[in-house]
Design a binder for this molecule. Sequence first.
Ligand code: FAD
Ligand code: NAD
Length: 473
Amino acid sequence: MDFDVVVIGGGPAGYPAAIRAAQNGLTVACVDGWKNRDGSYAMGGTCLNAGCIPSKALLESSELYHRAQAEFAVHGIKAAGVSMDIAAMQKRRATIVKTMTGGIGMLLKAAGVKSFAGHGKLLPGRKVEVTGADGAVQTLQAKHVVLASGSTPFELPSLPFDRTNILDSWDALEMDAVPKRLCVIGAGVIGLELGSVWRRLGAEVVVLEAMDKFLAVADGQVASEAARHFKKQGLDIRLGAKVTGATPGADGVTVHYTDAKGEQTLVADKVVVAVGRRPFTTGLLADGTGVTIDARGFINVDENCATGVENVWAVGDCVRGPMLAHKGKDEGVAVADRIAGRHAHINYDLVPSVIYTAPEIAWVGKTEEAVKAAGIEYKLGVFPFLASGRARAMEASAGFVKLIADKASDQILGVHIVGPMAGELIGEACVAMEFKASCEDLQRTMHAHPTLSEALHEAALAADKRAIDNVNR
Ligand code: FAD
Ligand code: NAD
């Protein structure tokens, strides 16, 4: 079978590439080999099956459970006897995943993309060998190939996954009971999100983080504020903790680690290892394709996602850059447009980050530390949600919006939010910064009252000591 474009991988990088290529009038196939625990194939990759979507489903359910127990009373709502039905919670998660992954299949079909369930391997000459579940092999010939094979969790050699005691993030999303004692290794995005889920549902959660600094990727002020709230919620985050091994026993798993005080142990019922992900390219490339892989396992590409082999492209988690669904999606779409001879552009300086904890954390652009290190003269505007009427009404006034702008040009360089709906609020900052907005542009834009978005407006005003709803410092 001949196609203009064959995409290997049906995750958030691959399936948008396939859809956009079809929208561009090309004949397209999308090969995906994701298999669920029951052996069934499903489109959508890590994001829909074992990542973004199921984690957000559980974050929502667990947050509602927590609020019903701890916060309804403040609203004057008596909710005695609130209890949890973990089976129903997990059923809801699974139903959302099934509906969404089925939806991808429908979107591909509607766009005219031919889907193949099975393993895809790139052969020289832009041929793609597809091996189905029954072992049957067929070969597709493509004018262009897009590699979108994604990523997989890092496994610590001292703590190999066993799917019973030592879990990866996928297992951790599908637990059917709340462990009494949960140890999470890695206080990164997954550690914080999944640690929050199980903490809210009642587990005692200890998070062991190798680095001495908490959430080093985020703006320091945001990380400190978030750490304060996580501590209050009972997340026991231990920094500078280097895990050396684990031994399962009758009373649970004993985790061994070293910190500034020396050798330590803790006993947990389940251990979740969330120490990052690595690109997944197993069995993807036959000998002689010419596609190269770097020392960390990423497929080498240029700024346009071209691999250097004529008409072979790679996008998403399997190439350099942040491992985020929206980054992969934009790369997939951009490549499909480039293949069709259209203009495409990705601004890698403006990839938003969101951590869906409570309070939520979101940022785009440079941190204060990065601006300082670059020697840029800057001004800061900070607006606390305590001063936001909407946040108060929501009983969600923890956190703040912090805006950093260039002192000379007034251009916004970074926006950092810790607080309610931070992940939604950051969208406005992304648009503003994509259009190279100045602080004044935001100041002169009317924001509806009472909304959380006023906090961004006020942060822009605060950068010039012109905040109305807060004392200017
Ligand atoms: P993947 O989603 O990994 O998809 C790759 C697909 O290709 C898979 O289906 C795989 O089976 C298939 N494949 C691989 N090799 C082959 C082959 N040879 N033949 C056929 N098929 C193949 N990101 C966010 O932006 N927001 C979030 O909230 C978020 N939450 C997350 C929560 C968790 C718990 C995890 C684990 C990740 C989360 N991520 C989140 C990260 C996000 O899931 C990834 O960045 C995203 O899925 C990457 O998309 P991708 O298409 O590059 O790869
Ligand atoms: P991460 O890189 O965010 O965090 C891993 C953490 O583990 C780091 O803090 C690291 O210092 C620590 N670590 C590494 N080795 C360790 C060790 N031996 N002992 C203790 N700590 C150790 O990775 P992750 O949380 O696994 O997430 C993987 C990817 O998935 C990330 O790239 C992330 O962007 C993506 N993701 C995104 C979201 C989101 O956008 N909301 C949610 C989940 C995952």
